[in-house]
Design a binder for this molecule. Structure first.
Ligand code: NAI
Ligand code: MG
Length: 368
């Protein structure tokens, strides 16, 4: 049986509570003989600051580098509002993304049929929605130079941000999108503003050439980012995989996440470049934050965290059957009417964090 090294970073707020539920799934997969996991648990965010005065320690960074994947829950909270900028909880996340060179951010927007009523769109528009947004994460306008504010000396200031993309950066994110599409609906929509931005023009040129050269079996469309925003709320099910830059991806993935009506449900993955043996550094985390308002109450929804573990099985550990089983188990417990408080809607009652985790394990037992 294969052994996988997984670093758990529970972080702050509800992080430890939802991590405990993901561990139940890991234990079950080990018991069931699907795979064996060697886990270590580290500190990140406020938890690391309280223990060591940093947002993540060098020892834990080393564990992250050595692991096959990192599973992080969430960081931050009002307790650390006043801490210095470079050791604030979010600095731990940024350090992990930067040092592991995680350039591809995968954010699925999935709407489980049982939850379609919770969407901000009409249920028919979102029922069964399953799209994947692939956002470039380490380039573009958030990082380009020059990036500055200068005082013009006449009571005016001038602020500059610079969008920079090079061929290799566009090619490697395009490759991630095309590979994903082959395992899904075989369609990619690439999005930029080629009509008004040079970087958009290059983006379209590089994606088009890559498609022609290596992925002509996948259907490719181009859509301007503003039009794509419109189409996402008009008829989201027209999309399969969307690939876009850092800035547009930031905005469009947040829009897409709301279509599903439930922040506590959405997982994510961030992937690095493959090494010579084809292995990638990777970090998996829920899209939501540390939810300090409900921390310690045992009511947090563990599904985004469990779904993130599912993505790790799919993209880092090559266990697609186990990942499918997790998705099916989540679907099944929702169809049975099990709800945590955040997705309760008009349901008569809700279950606790650990009751939801236990129910998912029970379903997994049936499926696997
Ligand atoms: P949040 O995502 O933590 O919470 C927003 C709302 O959704 C809250 O009402 C919360 O109770 C609810 N919620 C979130 N996840 C839930 C879950 N699994 N189950 C049930 N309800 C859930 O965002 P917020 O409140 O803006 O930020 C709180 C803290 O989290 C801040 O310190 C922020 O900086 C940090 N944060 C961290 C992120 C990360 O670690 N990747 C991402 C976003 C925010
Ligand atoms: Mg954002």
């Amino acid at each position: 049986m294969a052994v996988y090294k997984l670093l758990l970073l529970p972080g702050d707020g509800i992080g430890p509570e939802i991590t405990a539920e993901a561990e139940k799934i890991l234990d079950f997969l080990g018991e069931a003989g699907v795979a064996s996991f060697e886990t270590e648990t580290g500190l990140v965010g406020g938890a690391a600051y309280d223990a060591h005065g940093v947002a993540i320690s060098e020892e834990d960074m080393k564990l992250a580098q050595e692991a096959d994947a990192v599973l992080l829950a969430a960081v931050g909270g009002p307790k650390w509002d006043g801490v210095p900028y470079d050791v604030r909880p979010e600095a731990g996340l940024l350090r992990l993304r930067k040092d592991l060179a995680l350039f591809a951010n995968l954010r699925p927007a999935i709407c489980y049929p049982a939850l379609a009523e919770a969407s901000s769109l009409k249920p028919d528009l979102v029922k069964g929605l399953d799209i994947m947004i692939v956002r470039e994460l380490t380039g573009g306008v958030y990082f380009g130079e020059p990036k500055e504010i200068t005082d013009l000396g006449n009571g005016q200031k001038r602020a500059v941000d610079t969008q920079v993309y090079e061929t290799y950066e566009i090619e490697r994110i395009g490759r991630v999108a095309f590979e994903l599409a082959r395992k899904r609906g075989n369609r990619v929509t690439s999005s930029e503003k080629a009509n008004v931005m040079k970087s958009g023009l290059l983006w379209r040129e590089v994606i088009t050439a890559l498609h022609k050269r290596e992925y002509s079996d996948v259907q490719l469309d181009h859509m301007l980012a503003d039009a794509l925003g419109m189409q996402l709320v008009r008829w989201p099910k027209q999309f399969d995989v969307i690939v876009t830059d850092n800035l547009f991806g930031d905005i469009l993935s947040d829009v897409a996440s709301m279509l599903t009506g439930s922040l506590g449900m959405l997982p994510s993955a961030s992937l690095g470049a493959p090494d010579a043996s084809g292995k990638r550094k990777a970090m998996y985390e829920p899209c939501h934050g540390s939810a300090p308002d409900i921390a310690g109450k045992e009511i947090a929804n563990p599904i985004a965290m469990i779904g993130s573990l599912g993505m790790a099985l799919r993209y880092s550990f090559d266990l697609p059957a186990a990942a499918d089983a997790i998705d099916a188990a989540i679907s099944a417990v929702l169809a049975q009417g099990l709800r945590t408080a955040d997705i309760k809607g008009s349901a008569a009652s809700s279950v606790s964090t650990s009751q939801m985790g236990d129910a998912i394990v029970k379903e997994l037992r049936e499926i696997l």
